[in-house]
Design a protein around this ligand. Structure first.
Ligand code: SF4
Length: 404
């Protein structure tokens, strides 16, 4: 149906007046408003929420501790099956080395996510977190997306709140919003990720985490099989939970990367990304922070995001494995991120996981090495098995055979 200009004008005025849109209104605006209008609305909200003209970023490292996964989502190019010769688990020493490198460039946290590996019990995670906190007391662990928490709940046969409590006791600081894809079960079934977490289950982990005092992020991966209406429904579900708990610090959306995946297909365009980011800023009126996803969109669209509702450039990536496996490998170190922020007319500030400003760019305070290439979890061809794994019971046949 063609857009009704009078309706669009009414919706634009409603957003400008600070009123909340319902799902029908949001969908009409998303589908029919000119891109520049959506951008101007989102930018206006960004400016209202962040009038000081700052754009933040965090220095952290995105580490994938294992690529072995039983979930087998059809949009994922990263995972390997149990027993695969390409499967890996990082050792504690490897992870400590990565933290040392992160701290050396001013990093403050690890974003730690991985596959659903049946041979890593809850005790492995608890021991790892404790060991990290013992060595690096002020270093933060932004770790284990909701489906990983559910996987651990099933593996250990403990309820989700108990798993969260145990992980917090071991050192967990925050939960990343990965694995949300689209929070609509029709879509999740088509993406083969309904089994790892239904929409309700994903939201429930976040609810429990917020009740336990953790702040978390929320994400959306779009561009697979969902409709525009389902993207809006996803945002509505996040908005409802945020009304209930107030526990989300930020929203991050990125487009599906199709290379080397079972699902295949084509990648969404830059305009689709900017429109989706802008409508998210409009719909998610109870979220303070929206990140630009330069890792999937590249630096230039990432910079444009700052005119379409984003107020944060996400992470200075030191390492990336998941998006790279599906064909995207953009790299920006701190200097490059700051250049993009400042050229867009903002002041660039380092932040922590709670979006509190830590200071000016670190490279202006001291010498830090340039990073012009992203590290990987493991060097290609390195298949060594960490020594400490023998202390943890394996569940899979392949795992048991490897750990007599
Ligand atoms: S997206 Fe995550 S859960 Fe799904 S197959 Fe890949 S690693 Fe496993």
């Amino acid at each position: 149906m063609p857009a009704n200009p009078a309706n669009i004008t009414r919706l634009v005025e409603k957003v400008q007046a600070g009123a909340r849109l319902d799902a029908t209104e949001a969908l009409e605006l998303y589908r029919s408003a000119p891109t520049a209008v959506l951008g101007a609305l989102a930018d206006g909200i960004r400016a209202r929420k962040h009038p000081e003209g700052l754009v933040t970023y965090i220095i952290d490292r995105n580490v994938n501790y294992t690529n072995v996964c039983v979930a087998k989502c059809n949009f994922c190019a990263f995972y390997r099956e149990v027993g695969s010769p390409d499967g890996y688990v990082l050792g504690f020493d490897e992870l400590f080395r990565k933290i040392d490198e992160t701290v050396a460039v001013g990093g403050v946290q690890l974003l730690l996510q991985g596959g659903h590996n049946p041979d890593l019990p809850l005790s492995w995670y608890e021991d790892l977190f404790r060991a990290v906190k013992e060595r690096y007391p002020s270093f933060k662990l932004h770790a284990l997306s909701p489906p990983e928490v559910i996987h651990l709940s099933r593996l250990s046969q403990l309820p989700v709140p108990e798993v969260i409590d145990r992980l917090i006791a071991a050192g967990l600081d925050s939960i990343p919003g990965g694995g949300a894809e689209i929070l609509v079960d029709r879509v999740r079934k088509l993406l083969h990720c309904y089994g790892k977490a239904t929409a309700d289950e994903w939201l429930d982990v976040m609810r429990h985490a917020h009740r336990a005092g953790l702040r978390t992020t929320a994400t959306m991966m779009y561009g697979t099989v969902e409709t525009d209406g389902e993207r809006i429904e996803h945002m509505m579900r996040l908005r409802d939970l945020q009304d209930e708990t107030g526990g989300f610090t930020a929203f991050i959306t990125w487009s599906y990367q199709p290379d080397h995946t079972e699902l295949s297909g084509t990648e969404a365009t830059g305009v689709d990304y900017l429109r989706t980011l802008a409508i998210a800023r409009i719909v998610l009126d109870n979220f303070d922070n929206l990140q630009a996803s330069w890792v999937t969109q590249g630096g230039k669209v990432g910079q444009l995001s700052l005119a379409y509702g984003a107020n944060d450039m996400g992470s200075v990536m030191i390492e990336e494995n998941v998006v790279r496996a599906a064909g995207a490998s953009y790299c920006m170190d701190e200097l490059e991120i700051v250049r993009n922020i400042e050229d867009a007319g903002f002041a660039a500030k380092r932040r922590n996981m709670h979006y509190e400003v830590l200071g000016d760019p670190i490279f202006r305070e001291r010498d830090v090495p340039r990073m012009l290439e992203l590290a990987t979890a493991r060097e290609a061809g390195d298949t060594h098995v960490p020594d400490e794994l023998r202390f943890y019971p394996a569940r899979s046949r392949a795992g048991k055979a490897a750990r007599p």
